[in-house]
Design a protein around this ligand. Structure first.
Ligand code: SF4
Length: 296
């Protein structure tokens, strides 16, 4: 193949685009505006060349090719740690979502014990997570740490990861967080699945609708396409992901915006159910958190 035809191959075109985006990022340009026609052409390109940004392209290896965790449930902890490190290296180089690869500071893989019994799944990194490279380190993360401690555990004893490993980009000059698109979630999900496969927890807590949808999918939850998942509808009862009990509950950032005792109590009831399922000790005081105190 001539160098010209290789440059025009799907992989060659993607490499050229990636180099261009990286150059622009080095110049301090964090956002590119695409006309609607350019967006349509990009989507057409991806549809015509499904392997171009999919597992198997040289720069974006498939998670299953990057690591092959033994299917046995009993994997020594050192081996689990190694598998997670290897997967984290793959994720750090991932460019399946070129727009996110071009705008992230770094990927946010996950953190915690490689043999944790309890696995928390969140949505996507926020600004602080993107800066520090760790999940749940902003205000919502501090609340999650308090929730974990209230269960009698430390952050280091559980595993925490998001559905999306890159911060969802925002239009230039805007602040806040953006909900990941279904396409972004679909591309990133295999990494979360591998993390769960390696850690093999005894229970998962899905924090918010995106986490629940990412784990179980709308079809299994009987939510019509195009409709968002209402976490209020699913919280409080166990579902299942590949044989592992999943407790859906509100995302800590929801509690930060709705800090009523009633909402806090709902989340705490969900966590109490998880503690029971894991056989963790529960004191009377813990059972009564956020319950109205009898008047004297
Ligand atoms: S969000 Fe996930 S799939 Fe997309 S570029 Fe980041 S690591 Fe890769």
């Amino acid at each position: 193949m001539s160098s010209e035809s290789s440059a025009r191959s799907p992989v060659g075109l993607l490499s050229t685009l990636k180099a261009y985006l990286l150059r622009e990022r080095e110049r301090g340009r964090l956002y590119l505006r695409l006309s609607s026609e350019a967006k349509k052409n990009w989507e057409k390109f991806l549809l015509a060349h499904p392997s171009a940004d999919r597992p198997g392209s040289p720069s974006c290896p498939a998670p299953s090719q990057a690591t092959s965790p033994p299917s046995s449930e009993v994997m020594p902890v050192d081996e689990r740690r190694k598998q997670l490190e290897k997967l984290a290296q793959t994720v750090a180089k991932c460019c399946r979502c070129p727009h996110l690869a071009a705008t992230r500071t770094q990927t946010v893989f996950g953190i915690g014990s490689p043999s944790a019994s309890l696995f928390f799944v969140g949505e996507a990194p926020g600004a602080e997570e993107d800066r520090q490279g760790q999940p749940f380190v902003g205000p919502a993360g501090q609340l999650l740490t308090k929730m974990i401690r209230a269960m009698g555990l430390e952050r280091e004893q559980v595993y925490i990861a998001n559905v999306l490993k890159c911060r969802p980009n925002l239009p230039e000059g805007t602040l806040g967080n953006r909900r990941p698109t279904e396409e972004e979630v679909a591309r990133c999900l295999p990494y979360l699945h591998e993390q769960i496969e390696i850690v093999r927890p005894k229970a998962i807590v899905a924090l918010g609708g995106v986490a629940l949808e990412g784990l179980l999918g709308k079809k299994a939850l009987q939510v019509p396409p195009g409709q968002p998942i209402s976490i209020s509808r699913f919280r409080g009862r166990f579902l299942e992901f590949r044989g592992i009990p999943v407790m859906p509950t509100y995302h800590p950032s929801y509690l930060l915006h709705n800090p009523s005792i009633q909402q806090k109590r709902k989340v705490w009831e969900d966590l109490l159910a998880v503690m029971e399922r894991l056989g963790l000790p529960i004191s009377q005081r813990q059972r009564e958190y956020f319950l109205p105190k009898p008047s004297k």
